[in-house]
Design a protein around this ligand. Sequence first.
Ligand code: NAD
Ligand code: AHE
Ligand code: ZN
Ligand code: ZN
Length: 369
Amino acid sequence: MKSKAAVAWAVGQPLSMEIVDVMPPQKGEVRVKMIATGVCHTDAFTLSGDDPEGIFPCILGHEGGGIVESIGEGVTSVKVGDHVIPLYTPECGECKFCKSGKTNLCQKIRETQGKGLMPDGTTRFSKDGQPIYHYMGTSTFSEYTVLPEISLAKVNPEAPLEEVCLLGCGVTTGMGAVMNTAKVEEGATVAIFGMGGIGLSAVIGAAMAKASRIIAIDINESKFDLARKLGATDCINPKDYDKPIQDVIVELTDGGVDYSFECIGNVHVMRSALECCHKGWGESVVIGVAGAGQEISTRPFQLVTGRVWKGSAFGGVKGRSELPEYVERYMAGEFKLNDFITHTMGLEQVNEAFDLMHEGKSIRTVIHF
Ligand code: NAD
Ligand code: AHE
Ligand code: ZN
Ligand code: ZN
């Protein structure tokens, strides 16, 4: 079938609106009509050329909500008309990782997904016969996309896909990192670096966990109003201080925070986030994605003296078995999503969404198809 799509032809170039060919879903695959998709910083990261797995031409996008249009042979867990959220972290239930019960990082199709291909090693997208690669196994910047069945979470059809699409990445990632990865407990002190979609969702998670202090850190103070509204108790701009921000936080918190979260993708800030943690028990969670070749560092003494460095992907959430529950909690009014949606637009304007993100003017832009 023909589909409108925003194609990333090459690193650093604006996306180009095209009519592409989308093949029918093959065995174990599903074709989905996208209804809406958020634009996450990771899409911009890959387009910038910093992603070692970036492969072009491709169709970016991984924060979507859609409706099943057709199913391939053998698909049993979804049917035409089901409402679904694409998962860049699938859940097969049978690989070593799924069976371990210790991680959400299903590896069943990770190798082909990282190469921009479906599990059978081919792509479903093309333009005038030229193959176009998938992205994160989702490619939500297309009116129609094809995914493996194990990469779809079936969700409540009453949930507005224009909002719950944000649970396909940003909001789940931030909330999940706090609740699943760090397991922040009532009364804990928390520092969150970066008040984009991820950091603000971590603020929501920390407020839900009843953290006693939630310190929001950003160099763009326009983010602070929403941070406070969501539960931040302190908002700090590192540019206001002439000493390292970790020293500021250690002083503010009588020795450091119990938990910190890096939601930027800056390796220097990752160090600050670790070093603002309390001696003996403080835990720092890396969420931000850093560019190819970059590395983190700290004095090993920071770890010897009890601080813990962790990482979190998709908030540690198992997409098929746990994401539908996040949708239900949203439907029950436990948290809001429209606070995050600063802009909505058509796919034709997707490059504006990237501009707004780079200018620090948006939290999330949601593309409506
Ligand atoms: P965003 O661009 O919306 O937000 C980033 C925020 O960081 C902005 O408010 C910006 O002002 C702030 N910032 C930038 N440099 C700073 C600095 N030096 N000190 C303090 N604040 C600074 O991005 P986002 O969509 O929220 O994504 C955040 C990061 O999380 C990205 O690296 C993204 O790739 C990553 N991410 C990871 C996962 C995962 O599963 N691990 C999921 C989604 C996104
Ligand atoms: N491809 C990059 C890493 C990108 C990355 O870390 N992705 C996160 C999700 S970001 C969503 O906005 C993730 O889940 N990673 C786990 C995985 O298996 O990709 C690189 O450095 O190679
Ligand atoms: Zn994302
Ligand atoms: Zn698996």
